[in-house]
Ligand binder design. Sequence first.
Ligand code: CMC
Length: 392
Amino acid sequence: AGVFTYDPGYTSTAACDSTITYIDGDAGILLHRGYPIEQLAAKSHFLEVCYLLLYGDLPKAAELEKFENTVTRHTMIHEQIHNFFRGFRRDAHPMATMVGVVGAMSAFYHDSLDINDPRHREIAAFRLIAKMPTIAAMAYKYSIGQPFVYPRNDLDYASNFLHMCFAVPAEPYEVNPTLARALDRIFMLHADHEQNASTSTVRLASSSGANPFACIAAGIACLWGPAHGGANQAALEMLREIGTPDRIPEFIAKVKDKSSNVRLMGFGHRVYKNYDPRAKVMKQSADEVLDLLGIHDNPTLQVAKELERIALEDEYFISRKLYPNVDFYSGIILEAMGFPTSMFTPIFAVARTVGWISQWKEQLADPQHKIGRPRQLYLGPTQRDYVEVEDR
Ligand code: CMC
């Protein structure tokens, strides 16, 4: 017996304290360690943001160089893991492969499993941040029947990812620096978002003392859902399905009809009741990238912008404070880079890994941390006696 606060969906429960990320959902503000996301997206780069999230401050030049070198040294995965990929069907969703492969890392890296050893924790963090792009790219290559491409440590984080996804042994491949910069910005915009569903999943898994690879595999599994990271794939598929701006009113009517169970994907957020600051940067970036690639009048971008305009003037969306979120425009950029929609959520997972790891580190260092064990309001039958099968 006991008295519990009933809070389904945790709309009003703080499960931890944290010094990593601050969100003011009403004002549409997102800060990492105090720095506004807009400034980071414009001036920083992904590995610097990783350092900031992990260690609490922007690195000095020598610290940054050392950090980047260490991440780079860990980009290869154990050769035996290649066999693990080969056990999957070629048509497996890359997220399915990633959940499996990242979980399987527990079986390969015995020197980074002991969560009570700071050295183990540190190597696990580097391994996960460094290897996640390799794993995502391999999941992609496997799904299209192309050979795996090994990481190139002379390239920066985003360029190396593009290389591993799009290079083929038969032909030379030059990374387009515009695309690399745009991808790096997408990574920054997804790096952390305080106690979202996947991060809370990582923290809950870790609260039992589970090893870091198992915890991050749990986070990837949670991220996959369409209400969370899977929304970027769902949003682009929705925009494609709408196809042309004249079909938007019909689609909006379907969304407003609750019996249809159709939602406007890439719209709405538990915390933001204002324009998602990440979506603002993403929208601008979509314009810039398509422009630089010489893609004018992209029909998907046209539908997205018109859909946003109509929704933001519609009473249904206004009264519920539904605005575009980070997933609304990201797919348009990723599509222009040549990624299929099935790679959108894996790219989110690559970027969010640093957030998961930073939160995991913070949790383990918190003297107050204990196993996560929610209670319930029991509504089932009261005690009754077992009845033999022939008497039921
Ligand atoms: N389209 C239509 N109606 C919506 C939407 C939407 N995208 N989002 C919320 N609503 C309505 C919902 O039907 C409800 O209406 P009513 O009060 O009449 O019942 C009201 O708004 C509140 O919705 P809720 O489901 O109680 O809100 P929530 O805070 O639990 O859900 C959300 C947040 C993100 C799951 C939801 O907005 C959603 O499903 N959005 C679409 C999926 C999406 O884009 N997810 C990405 C989130 S951001 C990045 C990430 O995490 O990956």
